[in-house]
Design a protein around this ligand. Structure first.
Ligand code: ARG
Length: 472
């Protein structure tokens, strides 16, 4: 930028046509540049036009403007919408933002009545309304995307309800679980994300329009009418809060950040599962990429990007919190900075949810590899301890100790727990019988975990049906 910040832009208008009454000169080029939001807020055009139509209809219904003017405003706004939709609209930096771009064009199309649209309204309540409407749509889109992701996960879980794999704690093999059970854990996480979306949506759904600049207005508005026309539950109760609240954007980003965290955990598991060392899951060519130098590689780039993009969404939340903190009531131009993080988070989340759904549909679990991975870590040691409690009636702490010594014996012999000789177990605890072998296989282990929410294939199948009923 080479412009001298002290001098007006050569191409800048003398004064602003919409608010320039008290101004003698135009803005410096750098002022125009820092001030304008049209570069990014043009994405609010549908919401802006919907808000203006609702406002004009209400003004006419209350006799504040003439019905004929309201009709021309509505027709004119439809034409503006058509021009934007068809890519024929010329957005102008000199008109700063979407609100003034639309209004200026409306004035070109319909003339004088356009000037009546802004009665009893300010850009402060206008932008607050537009962004709320936009975020509401974003929440609805995100919810639909998550429902599709849950559906894909539940289908994959059902098909793999009895596929055993090691469950991990500390990323150390812990106990056998089923792949289906593991996938259903994510269905729960995304279910909570969706419930947070519903919560955020219900708190968001109050209409700022009619708060005007900050104090309300002397015109006899019907704020309930505009709120209802725009699908809001009610008008915001306090005009100062109406123009200066951005909690709904923060909540959207908070919901999105937790979701991004969930997506990144799943992505990380996909990265781990698709390594040569694990081989639990295979992604096809559709969701992997090659290396330009190492011909053997199949990299899970989509999963890595989902993992990495969480940073953008969490960054957006942090940025908006920092921007809002310490702002005195009411509107301040700082708040124009609310939009880009929200828009970027929306793009990012939509992409990450869709890519994750794609990977779930694409992934083929390798049941043999997952079962083999259950062989090494004495995964059924807890089952042995539970057997001692049940059959020998020893306290769990003592059973834990007995099992620990048996595991050590197996380790010394270099065999799995289920391949250890009965005599070796009896050397530790003489009352053990060969009935113990019925609980030592991984299949027996998972089949026995029938507690509610447990990993038994029968439970997993029930849980799939329940999840469909709860979420889809
Ligand atoms: N472009 C502005 C924003 O996004 C619209 C509101 C401007 N209001 C004002 N009083 N300058 O925040």
């Amino acid at each position: 930028m080479s412009a001298n910040p002290k001098t007006p832009a050569a191409d800048a208008p003398a004064t602003n046509a919409l608010w320039g009454g008290r101004f003698a000169g135009g803005p410096a080029a750098i002022m125009a540049r820092i001030n304008a939001s049209i570069g990014f807020d043009q994405t609010l055009w549908r919401q802006d036009i919907a808000g203006s139509k609702a406002h004009a209809a209400m003004l006419a219904a209350r006799g504040i403007i003439a019905e004929a003017d309201a009709a021309r405003i509505a027709e004119g706004l439809d034409r503006v919408a058509e021009e934007i939709d068809q890519g024929r609209f010329v957005f102008k930096t000199e008109h700063e933002d979407i609100h003034m771009n639309v209004e200026a064009r409306l004035a070109e199309i319909i003339g004088e009545p356009a000037g009546r649209l802004h009665t009893a309204r300010s850009r402060n309540d206008q932008v607050a309304t537009d962004v709320r409407l936009w975020v509401r749509d974003a929440l609805d889109r995100l919810d639909a995307g998550l429902a599709a992701l849950q559906a894909a996960l539940i289908d994959k879980a059902e098909a793999n309800a009895d596929a055993v794999m090691p469950g991990f704690t500390h990323l150390q093999p812990a106990q056998p679980v089923t792949f289906g059970h593991h996938l259903l854990a994510y269905v729960e996480m995304f279910g909570r994300d969706r419930s947070r979306i519903r919560d955020a949506r219900s708190r968001l759904n109050e209409c700022p329009l009619g708060s005007a600049a900050l104090a309300g207005t002397s015109f006899p508005l019907d704020r309930h009418m505009t709120a209802a026309a725009l699908g809001f539950d009610r008008p915001c109760a306090n005009s100062l809060d109406g123009v200066s609240d951005r909690d709904f954007a923060l909540e959207y980003l908070a919901v999105g950040s937790i979701l991004a965290m969930h997506l990144s955990r799943f992505a990380e598991e996909i990265v781990i599962w698709t390594t040569d060392q694990f081989r639990f899951v295979r992604l096809t060519d559709a969701f992997t990429t090659g290396s330009s130098i190492m011909p053997q590689k199949r990299n899970p780039d989509a999963a890595e990007l989902v993992r990495g993009k969480a940073g953008r969404v969490i960054g957006a939340l942090t940025g908006l919190l920092v921007m809002m903190k310490g702002l005195p009531l009411t509107y301040a131009k700082d708040m124009q900075e609310d939009k880009e993080p929200v828009f970027d988070a929306d793009d990012t989340l939509a992409l990450c949810v869709a890519a994750t759904t794609g990977m779930v549909l694409d992934m083929a679990p390798d049941r043999d590899a997952m079962r083999r991975a259950c062989g090494g870590g004495f995964l059924t040691a807890t089952d042995l301890a539970d057997w001692c409690v049940r059959v020998l009636n020893v306290p769990f702490r003592q059973a834990h100790h007995i099992t620990g010594r048996i595991v050590r014996a197996a380790e010394e012999k270099g065999v799995a727990l289920w391949d250890l000789a009965l005599a070796d177990m009896r050397a530790v605890e003489p009352r053990i019988t060969d009935d113990v072998f019925t609980v030592l296989t991984v299949e027996a282990s998972v089949a026995s975990r029938t507690s509610f929410g447990g990993t038994a294939p029968s439970r997993v199948r029930e849980a799939c049906a329940a999840a469909r009923a709860r979420f889809l």
